[in-house]
Design a protein around this ligand. Sequence first.
Ligand code: NDP
Length: 295
Amino acid sequence: MTRIIDGKAAAGRLRDKVVREVQDLVAAGGPVPGLAVVLVGRHPASLAYVGTKTKMAEAAGMAGRLIELPDTTGTEEVLATVAALNEDQGVHGILVQLPLPDRIDAARVLGAIDPAKDVDGFHPLNVGRLFSASGRIPSDLLLPCTPKGCMILLEEALGDLGGRHAVVVGRSNIVGKPLAALLLAANCTVTIAHSRSRDLSGLCRGAEILVAAVGRPELVRGDWIGHGATVLDVGINRVAGEDGKSKLVGDVAFAEAQGRAGAITPVPGGVGPMTVACLLDNTLIAARARHRRQG
Ligand code: NDP
């Protein structure tokens, strides 16, 4: 029997925890955590994501602010927006929605965010702190949201991850690489696979923990999954359904995984909801840290 890992329920529990802790922070004289989301252009998926992020922030008792910049905005204007948000005392978390239009220097923009407000965890300083952490990850470190959500799901499903062999398919800066660093910090033996890896199916089959973060619909077939493995499917792919309507599928052939995987996240309803919940948790961590610094 394959167990379905309910990411929606886990995200609900994390959001409830955030709501309680925001109330505690405010009751202790702390600030209402403020999350600013910057969107450049009107990419339809991004529009939906930023709307969810600011709405969920408000539902958690935070101040959510959406800054929409026109598609014609250049790097310098985005940098000016980030600089103003860095100075804004009401803003504790800044997220610049990716992908940015090609003409914008994304690395410069991400590097300009105050690392203490970097709730996406993409600033080089926070990335460096993650990769140089030995043993436990500091609790105030702002971790990339999707990998952080994956770790919560894995630890809830398996308890201590130490000694397990984890295979992460995908090496992006957003998911694959930071997740591999987190798994390593949790004492897993980690293999990172990518488009040049040889014998991908064989690598996957050897995994006790298999994470697919590729962006290719159902790339990972049922017989790539070792019996009893725990599978996290990060992929979100829109494909045409049999009824002609589009539907979302992951990077794992979900139906084929039944009976092989010990546990698996569905798409939708698996890793996705955890990403937004972790963003709220990061915003709370950033607000609490500043409150502590200001004494
Ligand atoms: P990227 O496109 O940045 O990276 C994809 C990775 O997959 C690359 O490392 C690439 O290898 C590898 N890859 C591509 N094709 C193959 C292949 N045939 N075999 C093996 N490896 C392959 O994607 P992201 O990491 O940003 O996102 C991955 C997926 O996760 C997407 O579907 C995205 O929508 C989803 N996502 C979901 C989130 C959520 O909240 N659930 C959040 C973020 C992303 P190489 O480096 O060699 O090119």
